[in-house]
Design a protein around this ligand. Structure first.
Ligand code: 5GP
Length: 193
């Protein structure tokens, strides 16, 4: 069966770390590489972390209907899931894993209600989340403020998803995330690979 597993959360809640852990642990999972018009951060690789597109190219793909969903997550910063990405991974027999914000997550879940398990990654508290965001050295003051404002709004979406995963102790969050994968994929313990 074609399956989708979405990890969604406010920026800074730790969903990327959890998704990376799961991708290492389960061969059956593969990552939906999103397209974005923001520039690459140091260490990010085009085609692996994101497909980095310039804004004109991004808009062209929107017009041509290439995206399953897309959002202007921050002013002039677009992010979207390409239809071709899901088809590519399903053709390989993979369960597709997403790391996306709450509106995109809701849209994909509405498009594929039977195939999707959507997990909301919850930070221990709003204050801790904002501290984590401030600790990121990759943001300018203005961009940090946008991220904090948006994160505060996104925290209100918790009840809209299938599972809530508390990310307080990271090792516990990993274990809980693994259990969610096994349930969604109907895997027996010890048959992760
Ligand atoms: P960042 O700039 O920190 O990599 O990502 C900013 C936000 O955009 C994060 O919440 C991330 O999960 C979300 N995001 C990444 N890819 C997509 C996508 O394809 N669609 C949507 N709607 N959001 C995305």
């Amino acid at each position: 069966m074609r399956k989708l597993l979405i990890f969604t959360a406010p920026s800074g809640a730790g969903k990327t770390t959890i998704v990376r852990h799961l991708l290492q642990k389960f061969d059956k999972l593969d990552f939906s590489v999103s397209a974005t018009s923001r520039s690459a951060r140091p260490g990010e690789i085009d085609g692996k972390d994101y497909y980095f597109l310039d804004p004109t190219e991004f808009r062209r793909k929107v017009k041509e209907g290439d995206f399953l969903e897309w959002e202007e997550v921050y002013d002039d910063q677009f992010y979207g899931t390409l239809r071709s990405e899901i088809e590519r991974l399903w053709a390989l027999g993979k369960c597709v894993v997403f790391d996306i914000e709450v509106k995109g997550a809701t849209n994909i879940r509405n498009l594929y209600p039977d195939e999707t398990c959507a997990v909301f990654v919850k930070p221990p508290s709003p204050e801790i989340l904002f501290e984590r965001l401030r600790g990121r050295k990759t943001e300018t003051e203005a961009s940090l403020k946008k991220r904090i404002d948006r994160a505060a709004e996104e925290l209100t979406y918790e009840k809209s998803f299938d599972e809530v995963l508390l990310n307080d102790d990271l090792d516990l969050a990993f274990l809980e995330a693994e259990a969610i994968v096994r349930r969604h994929l109907e895997l027996e313990k010890n048959s992760d690979k």
